[in-house]
Design a protein. Structure first.
Length: 255
């Protein structure tokens, strides 16, 4: 499917570079105005064009929520290219909608579904355990998918890692400035450095807050962190995709 090196998640070959979608769906982590513009401008067809260019460059994997516009964009890109995308999906909204969301993935190649980071960050804890989390992990497993878990909090990530949870993949922010790495950058780096589970680093460029002209340096730093198996980079255009994918290819030694 891709010339990029992969890592294994229960037999699923996940490329070391995945497409991020926050900047295409309207979660820019910058301003309400930008988010409103993104949601107005980026139709499913426009999102699909970015995906199609990524696929031309060898990047077939996307990480994002079970969201109608994203699902439509994936279907369009697959139809236009004749190629299948790997969709590492996450839940979104309310936990009670999990079964409905899993059904929305039917017909897509989404062998992994992760609990959303916002859920994990705020999930009720009792005696160091996530109350009722197992129920939703079971729903994912019973749908025939591998359960993963996203989290923006190193302390909570550690609790999941040390607990007996059916989780085979972690998704968490990793970047040079500690953006969205709670409660501290060190807590997340320590947690991913100790886990035996594969880790996808999200927000590697801190949602656009990287030092100008130093994209490659920032991405190299993320790849160098102990425990990082792959990264997820968001592109707002075909041109951004071309630039960032070239940097990752250089880092990974891909011709």
């Amino acid at each position: 499917m891709t010339g990029f090196p992969t890592f294994d998640v229960e037999g699923v070959k996940v490329p070391k570079l995945l497409i991020g979608i926050n900047s295409l769906l309207g979660w820019s982590h910058t301003s309400v105005g930008r988010d409103r513009w993104i949601r107005r401008y980026y139709t499913a067809r426009r999102i699909a064009r970015v995906f199609e260019r990524c696929m031309e460059l060898g990047v077939y994997g996307v990480l994002g929520p079970v969201w109608p516009r994203l699902i439509e964009a994936i279907r369009i890109a697959e139809k236009e290219t004749g190629e299948r995308m790997l969709f590492v999906s996450t839940t979104i909204g309310e936990p009670r909608e999990t079964e409905k969301q899993l059904r929305m993935l039917d017909g897509l190649y989404s062998p992994i579904c992760c609990i959303h980071g916002a859920w994990t960050d705020s999930w009720p804890l009792e005696n160091g355990r996530f109350v009722g989390l197992e129920k939703y992990l079971r729903l994912i497993r019973r749908s025939g998918r591998v359960p993963g878990l996203a989290c923006h909090n190193g302390d909570r990530l550690r609790l999941v890692d040390e607990g007996d949870y059916d989780v085979s993949l972690f998704v968490t922010p990793v970047n040079k400035m500690g953006f969205y790495m709670y409660p501290t950058m060190e807590s997340i780096l320590e947690a991913i450095g100790k886990t035996r589970r594969p880790v996808i680093a999200i927000k590697p460029l801190a949602s656009g807050r990287f030092d100008e002209g130093k994209i490659r340096e920032w991405l190299e730093w993320v790849f160098s962190q102990k425990g990082v198996s792959g990264i997820c980079v968001g592109f707002m255009s075909e041109e951004e995709a071309e630039e960032d994918i070239a940097h990752v290819k250089h880092i990974l030694g891909i011709k």
